[in-house]
Design a protein. Structure first.
Length: 152
């Protein structure tokens, strides 16, 4: 992992921190998309939990997301509670080449599904980038309390 990778993940953490406590029932997530060393899209989970950080960053990046690297503070969702495309599906569809993830997500809508979907599509996935720094964002996040009837 390069210094630039760490710097971009720290920027994603900063974006998520701005909405910490405002995104329930979803956690605050930050996403930065970088292509050829330039930031082409950024996003943070909006107040109320929608839209997700990855959605916003991909919308801002547009075609520049193809071949880019996404830095995401929490594993991209593998399914959506409200239906529609998950963030992992959106990242694949956009043609992102790499996804660096700070923290895993125990939610039944992620829990490895998002990372596995990315890998299955040929996207390079690197978990644990700046995990100790990002963990503070998810100290109070308890997916089992939010989704008590979902399988674990």
């Amino acid at each position: 992992m390069s210094t630039a990778d760490q710097d971009h993940m720290r920027r994603a953490i900063e974006l998520a921190r701005r909405n910490l406590g405002l995104t329930a029932p979803n956690p605050a997530v930050g996403c930065v998309i970088v292509r050829d060393g330039q930031v082409v899209g950024e996003g943070a989970t909006a107040p109320g939990g929608r839209p997700h950080a990855e959605e916003q960053a991909l919308d801002r990046a547009g075609e520049a997301a193809r071949g880019a690297t996404a830095y995401v503070t929490l594993e991209p969702c593998g399914a959506r509670s409200a239906g529609g495309l998950s963030c992992s599906e959106r990242l694949v569809a956009a043609g992102v080449a790499r996804v660096l993830i700070a923290c895993e997500d125990a939610s039944p809508f992620a829990a490895g599904q998002g990372a596995e979907r990315l890998r299955a599509a040929g996207v390079e996935v690197q978990p644990g980038v700046c995990a100790a720094e990002a963990q503070v964002l998810y100290a109070a996040y308890d997916p089992a309390a939010i989704y008590p009837n979902r399988p674990k």
